[in-house]
Design a protein around this ligand. Sequence first.
Ligand SMILES: [Zn+2]
Length: 133
Amino acid sequence: MNANYLCPICRSFLNVGDQIVISAKNKKGTKGILLFSIHLGNYEIKKHSCFDLDENENLSMFCPCCHKSLRHPKVHENIFKILMQDDEDHEYEILFSGIYGERCTYQINEEKVSSFGQDAGKYINFTNLINMS
Ligand SMILES: [Zn+2]
């Protein structure tokens, strides 16, 4: 599938090649770039070796273009949101955990929620997912 990922605020494209580019900040306030796979359910994250992140660290994540926070506290304070457009121009909300090492992604459109990752059960709550938009 030829998907594109967008910032929900400025709608800049966030994907380059097979990666989604996200600006992040760790607990100590150090900033760095994270590269996520465009394939939902693939949790390989690339980063500079000097950008230290601990397992279970609560990250802040920002759009690399407009620098706005991608946090989506309507669902949960640990959840972040970007948009996805598939090759038929359907638009989805992609929600994912900002806890480093947590594997949890939700793909949402009006009709359905698909979840990915072994930790997906942690935040799923169909009441808050349906009420959020
Ligand atoms: Zn943006």
